[in-house]
Design a protein around this ligand. Structure first.
Ligand code: HEM
Length: 130
């Protein structure tokens, strides 16, 4: 599995979904789901694309269990948080434990990414081939 490619693919798909939701909100003048739109675009599109591009720049960092765990936790957290947030904004705050779990997953995945970035940049500061 290429962590980089998977992040990039998820990123562009998120952009498509997030922008479509933005178009829908504008067309219907219904902005209740504005935070969902913002998070699909910013966690889904912006962050995932940055993760993918990082792993392209530092291919050695994409090897091993840590980047895989980073990917799995990011995607699971994102895919669970978006529907939970949608339901909460629509006045149906069900699945709250799942929502909290997804937030923990996202923060944990970012903690892993912090370790990955520091390991990559402390080595010699230059991208290294896999
Ligand atoms: C086709 C592209 C897009 C459309 C049609 C669109 C549409 C919208 C609309 C209608 C709103 C609500 C404005 C309001 O409340 O007055 C909004 C808010 C927002 N959009 Fe987009 N958007 C698009 C792309 C993006 C992208 C690419 C990003 C980020 C990468 C983004 C981030 C945001 C943010 C942060 C907000 C504010 C959310 C808030 O105030 O809670 N949007 N957008």
């Amino acid at each position: 599995m290429s962590v980089s490619n998977n992040f990039l693919r998820l990123g562009v798909l998120s952009a498509l979904v997030g922008m479509s939701l933005g178009v829908w909100m504008g067309a219907n003048q219904d902005f209740v789901l504005r935070p969902v739109h913002a998070h699909i675009n910013l966690i889904g599109f912006a962050s995932m694309m940055l993760f993918g591009l990082f792993y392209r720049s530092f291919p050695a960092s994409a090897q091993g269990w840590l980047p895989r765990a980073h990917f799995v936790l990011s995607v699971l957290g994102f895919l669970i948080l978006m529907p939970c947030l949608t339901l909460m904004l629509l006045g149906r705050p069900v699945f709250m434990p799942a929502m909290i779990a997804s937030e923990i997953m996202l923060v944990s995945s970012m903690l892993m990414f912090v370790v990955i970035v520091f390991m990559a940049t402390l080595k010699n500061g230059e991208p290294t081939a896999a």
